[in-house]
Design a protein around this ligand. Sequence first.
Ligand code: ACO
Length: 426
Amino acid sequence: MTDRTAKLTSHDGSSADLTVLSGTHGPDCVDVRGMNKSTGLFTYDPGFATTASCKSSITFIDGGEGILLYRGYPIEQLAERSTYLEVCYLLMYGELPTPEQSESFNSIITQHTMVHENVRNFIAGFRYDAHPMAMLVGTVGALSSFYHDSLDINNPKHREISAHRLIAKMPTIASYIHKHSLGQPFMYPQNELSYVENFTQMMFAVPAENFTPNPTAVKALELILILHADHEQNASTSTVRLAGSSGANPFASIAAGVASLWGPAHGGANEAVMNMLDDILHSGETIERTIERAKDKNDPFRLMGFGHRVYKNFDPRATLIQKMCHDLLDELGGDQPLFELAMELEKATLADPYFIERKLYPNVDFYSGIILRALGIPMSMFTVMFAMARTVGWISHWIESHEDPEGRIGRPQQIYTGPARRDYPA
Ligand code: ACO
């Protein structure tokens, strides 16, 4: 992979010749594995911001250039030409499917969309007013108690079946959670519909009426799912890998990812964006005051939907999603004033030196909430939608980590700052 080395010399004169590793794209990385043995030193890197935790061939991001590739394909091309299930196949297997592979994959996923009847009962047992993410994290973890015929993590076939089950069952579970919150009957999947059409049917149909999926809504949802399908080693994916590194089963590992995604700094951001925009629109808050608060270091408030750990130029997903907002709101109506306000806020921040100097641009969450609201999806379900889309990314990383000959249990070091050794008082 490389013929370069970096020399590290410790304060006590001991040194290590460290190999420099290169990938297909992206910055080189110093392989620090031998460092502790030669020098006794560890590395300190809170948030792992300068640490590569694994080798991965799934997704590449160039944050400076605003590039996102799934298995080498630019997100813009996939968003224009692919379906979500094609993207799932690509992420899982590494190549775009042939027409025959696509047909077979669609059929496998379709055959797995139903859940065990007791999963329905399990969801029905939650309080009706539980947060949908609370129900999701519990239900995904519980899947391992229903599908334990394929939990041998060392068996590639079992890993594949679990992946198919997760991709297929997530929309069913998400829609049952929604229906449970509403007190409406759960709708069974319908196999003649596409993956996304079927999801809209399970979410919005009721047994008393015929339901025809709206093509514009299906297209918008397909885009949202494609854009959120994977994002390399983000917090939830790293959580899935870390949980899986101990040998935890796929459902338990993905449940850990769902829990991590729930946080407002990660998957919960689009909900926070909508609250912020609603405040400006309906509670007398102004764009100017909101921006001033975001810049004030004594105020913990941050402009939600702005900034990204990796994208420091623009988020290519935000560009695609902003365009979809125009198309969708033109056709379905939706919250036009909210969208106009979002664009006004974006314009104001992009001209503000605070945001320019810190390279803070709208991220995908800034506009995704507007689309989800226009589709009739309640705010409390936004992160569930994200989890549904990201399941394929999580499980692809989980599989990759199990195929990695260098894979081992994740166990970071620490700098201990507690009391020095002391004796129990006599
Ligand atoms: N509003 C105001 N200031 C901000 C914002 C923001 N949204 N984001 C970053 N900054 C400022 C920080 O205060 C810091 O300023 P300083 O240099 O004067 O101290 C500087 O920009 C760098 O910020 P960091 O916190 O170091 O950036 P980091 O990469 O750690 O954080 C994060 C990224 C968490 C996304 C952050 O930008 C944020 O909180 N944004 C709002 C929440 C959000 O939209 N999250 C969604 C992320 S995308 C996703 O998960 C799909």
